[in-house]
Design a protein around this ligand. Structure first.
Ligand SMILES: [Zn+2]
Length: 337
């Protein structure tokens, strides 16, 4: 029975609303690849079960990496990513698990405001460490060399990491080149090389979970072999690297979604179901506030570049509808528990 609730949540996160012909139909291909790669069972359920185990150790911390943009269209980031992270932080806080959110300095404001708007206190490291339900936001340096130094220091200082999430976080292809979703290469010194953190976490046996909605985000390495032939930019990005846009970073679980925030909502709900703590899922007002919070911190809609409270060009009403469906599944689980 529970398997079906996870199935519904996966489906809700993968309801596609895309206006551009080049994007239409892609959500299904990415999700099908994920099912092939993960043994044909719903992804959010597999993730929730792995998380249940990982956070059972006392004094746990989860790390959530997010943030994407570019200097012209999205100088302070976008509304997809941080609100999903904000919702997960809220659920982890309620479970007595600390959240550490990592993002590039230009996106920090939007991320911090989003996390706080959804209800998690964002504290300085000293206070954060003394509480089990707070969040902190740290700047992830850009560039490969600074990134590797950061990862080594970070993992040295944080010893109780239960899981590392990558939510809508760009990663490089097999040639090490970062691209946007339409194949344009990104300047390597403007982006965090967060795939280094994924590799280091996996080497230490830490659970890694990713959510993405394009193919260029961290985690698609897990699905690459299933997607190369069908993704429009799977083999050829159109740029001189000729490597395609598909990310090459491996993670334990990769949940593709139509909009990455929705994948985060699905994981949060699945975790509530797995733990039989259905009361922990926040109401829409928290998720809505998280979108407004990102906007107040300077983030724009990632598709239109406009300072409006939409996400990937889906209106606030559309996001509300998705969130209502997620809560409907929890309501069904409550009635049949
Ligand atoms: Zn390229």
């Amino acid at each position: 029975m529970t398997q079906w609730y996870y199935e519904y949540l996966d489906q809700i996160a993968n309801l596609e609303f895309k206006k551009k012909p080049t994007q239409q139909g892609g959500t299904r291909l990415r999700y099908q690849a994920a099912r092939q790669a993960h043994g044909d069972a719903p992804l959010c359920g597999q993730i929730a079960q792995a998380l249940e185990q990982a956070i059972s150790r006392p004094d746990s911390t989860v790390v959530l990496v997010t943030g994407t943009g570019n200097p012209v269209w999205l100088p302070k980031g976008e509304t997809d990513g941080p609100p999903g992270v904000a919702l997960l932080c809220r659920v982890f806080g309620a479970l007595g698990v600390r959240s550490c959110v990592l993002t590039e300095a230009p996106f920090e404001d939007g991320v911090r405001r989003s996390v706080e708007a959804a209800g998690s206190p964002v504290l300085e490291p000293g206070a954060w460490q003394q509480r089990s339900n707070a969040a902190k936001v740290l700047a992830y340096p850009t560039g490969a060399e600074a990134g590797q130094r950061f990862v080594d220091a970070f993992l040295g200082q944080h010893t109780n990491i239960a899981a590392v999430f990558f939510i809508e976080k760009p990663g490089p292809n097999a040639h090490g080149i970062f691209h946007n979703s339409t194949g344009k290469p990104k300047a390597p010194d403007w982006v965090a090389h967060a795939h280094q953190l994924a590799d280091a976490a996996r080497a230490r046996g830490i659970l890694t979970v990713a959510v993405g909605d394009g193919g260029n985000e961290i985690g698609f390495g897990r699905l690459r072999s299933f997607l190369e032939a069908t993704h429009p930019y799977g083999r050829d990005c159109g740029c001189p690297c000729k490597g395609g846009i598909l990310n090459a970073t491996d993670v334990d679980y990769m949940l593709p979604a139509s909009v990455s925030n929705w994948g985060a909502y699905a994981i949060a709900a699945a975790l509530c179901i797995a733990l039989r703590r259905l009361d922990l899922m926040p109401e829409w007002d928290a998720a809505e506030a998280a979108i407004h919070g990102a906007l107040a911190g300077g983030a724009f809609d990632g598709y239109t570049g406009l300072a409006v409270p939409s996400v990937d060009d889906v209106s606030l009403d559309g996001n509300h509808a998705i969130f209502t469906l997620v809560r409907e599944v929890l309501q069904m689980a409550r009635l049949t528990a």
